[in-house]
Write a protein that binds this ligand. Structure first.
Ligand code: TYD
Ligand code: MG
Length: 462
């Protein structure tokens, strides 16, 4: 009889398992994602000898939907408003939350602060660290403030010991920093590998659900922008939060990517300062600090993140190119979208962009994936190309189609009201949206139907 193989292959992206290596994953069609991992020798799952009839006990008997009690109100609020909002109004009891982000972005700082407000409010919290020593944690904690006895620390990477600690302590909230450093001794692969990360998350999920411990798991993001380990990690947990921002700059954005208990795409804005993270209650104001005066190529627009309108500044620089192939670069918006908008300007307005370098930047390092900014990007490029300064109290909103037409976007009213609140007086917007904006007072709405009209109105306004 052939000897059973003692290694199997995993897809790094989706967790697909196979006994043989393959260049392309048959499940997610990614190339070169297979890694070898030792197989579980004692894995007898799937071997079933004959029917097994079991008597159902009370818990495993199906119940009717109308008899199930919803546990809607079992949320613990942390008191950090920006954090609670992203979670959908607080921490759900027994939920498993993945907090992902680049190394050094402030995940541990954020969670230490969450520990502080929770323990101050009388909730028991266990912080497990696999990355730092207890004294290093203490150094960070000293910058944040005084902690009371409700917060317990554990420096451990063996998940079996952590399981015992959680079972004994039964904290209301547990924090695992980070999942890549944890390992289960019965899984024969190194910490951080696909198999370990998956098994560890599995065990934490069982603990969270079984004991009702709300658990936060920190996950580092790899260079490709995915949480290291299998993508399946994201499918396993209840909520996925990403902490992003430019680690050089001071602002940080916490974004909900998946949430079983609330809306996604809510964001929380923070500022990193010497005493940890500070909440930014008015992100629009924060994003517009330091706007250049009397400079061409800059205009403000409004993006909606979840339910929250946020004003952002869009900058463009168009300069004569010395190269045969002009350079294009975009920061914060999709590169292909920018190229499309440049092509619209070339075709519809006759701009000679083929011998100009063009750079577009969203100030503040936020990444926006919304077509509502199209018109503002067009205006910024045109302002730089034609070298005129846009009136500082004007914003532009609208999607731009391939034939240069300006179209309406969702939540126009909320966007314009946010601009009004921040002192803007004029809005270049799609003509088709004017009818729905009758209720807006004290704001000059200039309806335009195509990019040519938008640019000429913008030049008149300056
Ligand atoms: P950290 O939370 O350790 O990042 P992560 O866990 O995501 O790897 O944060 C590290 C950065 O935050 C580090 O560069 C120092 C900075 N920092 C401050 O600026 N102020 C503070 O009060 C703290 C605690 C950290
Ligand atoms: Mg950390």
């Amino acid at each position: 009889m052939a000897k059973a193989k003692d290694t199997i292959f995993f897809c790094k992206e989706c967790g697909y398992e196979s006994s043989k290596w393959a260049g392309q994953c048959p499940a997610c069609h990614e190339w070169n994602t297979f890694v070898e991992a030792p197989s579980q020798k004692d894995n007898k799952a799937g071997v079933r000898k004959g029917p097994t009839l079991r008597l159902l006990n009370e818990e495993s008997r199906p119940v009717s939907m109308s008899k199930v009690k919803a546990t809607e109100d079992e949320r613990i609020t942390t008191g950090i408003e920006e954090f609670d909002r992203v979670l959908g109004g607080g921490i759900i009891k027994g939920s498993l939350v993945l907090v992902g982000g680049d190394p050094g972005i402030g995940k541990s700082t954020l969670l230490t602060q969450v520990c502080k407000t929770l323990s101050d409010a009388g909730h028991s919290v266990l912080y497990v660290t696999g990355e730092e020593s207890l004294s290093q944690i203490k150094l960070r904690a000293n910058r944040i403030g005084e902690f009371n006895d409700n917060l317990k620390l554990l420096a451990e990477t063996d998940l079996d010991i952590i399981e015992a600690a959680i079972t004994e302590e039964k904290p209301e909230v547990a924090i695992i920093d980070s999942i890549q450093t944890m390992y289960r001794p019965d899984v024969a692969s190194t910490p951080g590998s696909v198999g370990q990360v998956r098994e560890c998350t599995n065990l934490l999920m069982q603990l969270a659900k079984g004991l009702g411990v709300s658990t936060f798991v920190v996950g580092h993001v790899t260079k490709e922008g995915v949480v290291a380990g299998p993508r399946t990690l994201e499918h396993m947990v209840d909520t996925v939060l990403y902490f992003e921002g430019d680690s050089q700059g001071s602002y940080r954005i916490l974004r909900g990517v998946k949430n079983r208990f609330g809306s996604t795409n809510e964001i929380g804005v923070f500022e990193m300062c010497s005493e940890g993270l500070r909440e930014v209650k008015n992100p629009s104001e924060f994003m517009l600090i330091g706007r250049p005066e009397n400079a061409s190529g800059s205009i403000v627009s409004c993006s909606v993140e979840g339910t929250r309108p946020i004003l952002i500044e869009i900058q463009a620089l168009v300069a004569k190119s010395g190269l045969g192939n002009p350079r294009r670069s975009s920061t914060g918006i999709d590169y292909n979208r920018m190229n499309l908008l440049v092509a619209v300007l070339e075709k519809r307005l006759g701009f000679a962009m083929s011998d100009c370098d063009a750079y577009v930047n969203i100030v503040g390092g936020v990444k926006i994936n919304e077509t509502a900014l199209d018109l503002a990007v067009i205006c910024a490029i045109a302002s730089s190309y034609m070298d005129f300064v846009v009136n500082p109290n004007t914003i532009a909103l609208g999607e731009v189609g391939l034939s240069g037409e300006v179209r309406s976007v969702n939540m126009m009213e909320a966007r314009i009201l946010e601009a009004k609140k921040m002192g803007f007086t004029t809005c270049i917007c799609p003509k088709s949206a004017l009818a729905s904006l009758k209720n807006i007072k004290d704001m000059e709405l200039i309806g335009v139907s195509d990019v040519r009209e938008a640019i000429s109105k913008l030049k008149q306004k300056r």
